[in-house]
Write a protein that binds this ligand. Structure first.
Ligand code: AKG
Length: 307
């Protein structure tokens, strides 16, 4: 935990979420596919992207390489990329890097993977409570279908346009604790966030995408997992969480954001397999020694976690 004042700097936003999007697009002269990705992302906070036939073949390999983890009681595998070459290749797919770099104006780096065998049935949330950045919103989720998603298998659900809602912090959810905890998240954030989404009146959609397609969401997009209607139905998927260069990375659920007390992260960059140092205004920030040692241990041990 460190003290990082977040105020007093000129607000910097990812290009697709900025007021200057139109001039940015005019001067960048992207190809039509990239420009339409950015425009759709700006409008909905979510876009489906076909990763192509080579990626589809890798989906099968990723399933074969991760299936052994899914013994009785295991519903998700975190960071299978440490051991699965196919998961790592999909997570670092060049087309995604190119599109995200164009939309955000900074180079992305994947820092975590999650594999699911079945629908997660996770409550609706915004990733900005789990992983966030300073400047804000430089984070995004890339959800890859490892098989065709069927409606009865608990698809990913989402609220198009919800990325434009204000980011809810723990204090914003009514938690009056300078060192908030997971219990605070469950007791306060979860119901408060669900109520905010309900009050927004935004319609709910389902991601019924085909194998080898990616579903990309902005940091503040409301999403979760629908109930599984057919017991035992599989919905094999790979979620890749991305940060962007030259930011501070932190866990808002454990932070007092308003006081500048951030639970800072030293995330790995999946492309290199080594920690990616946070920067503020392009300068490296000082980190507590224990955080560095933990990150190095993690990336040298290369052990996926099962949950
Ligand atoms: O795959 C799902 O059902 C939800 C995944 C998710 O919410 C996440 O990784 O943030």
């Amino acid at each position: 935990m460190g003290l990082f004042s977040l105020g007093r700097r000129k607000a910097v936003a990812p290009w697709f979420e900025s007021d200057d999007l139109e001039p940015y697009l005019a001067r960048s002269r992207f190809d039509p596919e990239t420009e339409s990705f950015i425009r759709d992302f700006a409008r909905d906070g979510v876009v489906a992207v076909d990763l192509g036939d080579e990626a589809r073949r890798l989906c099968d390999q990723a399933v074969a390489e991760t299936e052994p983890y899914f013994v009785e009681g295991v519903s998700r595998v975190q960071d299978a990329w440490y051991r699965s070459p196919a998961v790592r290749r999909l997570a670092t797919w060049p087309k995604m890097r190119r599109l995200l770099k164009a939309a955000y104006g900074r180079d992305p780096f994947p820092f975590q993977t999650l594999n699911f065998r079945q629908g997660s049935q996770q409550g609706v949330h915004s990733d900005t409570i789990h992983f966030h950045s300073a400047p804000e919103r430089f984070m995004c989720g890339v959800w890859i279908a490892l098989e065709d998603v069927r409606p009865e298998a608990g698809p990913l659900i989402y609220y198009p346009g919800s990325h434009k809602l204000p980011v809810m912090t723990m204090r914003g959810a009514g938690v009056n604790n300078p060192e908030p905890t997971y219990d605070d998240y469950v007791a306060a954030y979860v119901p408060r966030y669900a109520a905010a989404i309900e009050a927004s009146g935004l319609p709910r959609s389902q991601a019924l995408i085909k194998k080898g397609w990616a579903f990309v969401w902005a940091a503040n997009l409301a999403h979760g997992g629908a109930p599984i209607e057919k017991p035992g139905a599989t919905r094999r998927s790979l979620v890749v969480h991305n940060y962007f260069e030259n930011c501070i990375y932190y866990t808002p659920m454990l932070s007092d954001v308003e006081a500048g007390r951030l639970h800072v992260r030293l995330p790995p960059n999946l492309r290199t397999g080594l920690p990616r140092w946070p920067r503020r205004g392009w300068r490296p920030v000082r980190l507590p020694k224990h955080l560095v040692i933990e990150a190095l241990r993690r990336d040298l041990a290369r052990e996926p976690a099962v949950m």
